[in-house]
Design a protein. Sequence first.
Length: 156
Amino acid sequence: MPGQLDKQLQRILLDTVVKLGNQAKVAEELGVDQATVSRWLAGRQGMDVGQCLRLAKLTQQRAADIMIWANHNPDDYLDSGNLPPLSADAQEIAERVQILNWERKRNSIPEHLRPMLDTAVDSVLTSYQEAFRANQHAEEAQERRAQSRRRRLNQK
């Protein structure tokens, strides 16, 4: 983990502390303790990639920028999908990898074409989310049917 944060990232952290009210609230949002936030602000400790991604989500900053300001190379993670776990929720991790890849690719497209591309990507993501929810509902229904069969068998 790199040892020092870029001044831009320290400013973002400080703005976040001011917005949320104190370091403890920022720490809670990022899943660290207050002392860690204090060390980040003082430039005595770096952030790991997972912390960078959580901060990007909290501050609505580009994840790739946060990673760079924390002295990480986004390319080391984007193409490999080699991000550290952020939680037990594998879907959240997959979505973050997709977002990071999308940000990187979007910036290579001419600016006048970006709105059209954004619309197309939004449509694809919406379809993906709907398919994921439908699959989740189908799995839940299947589990309920299996539980019902088990209860009927146990009653006999």
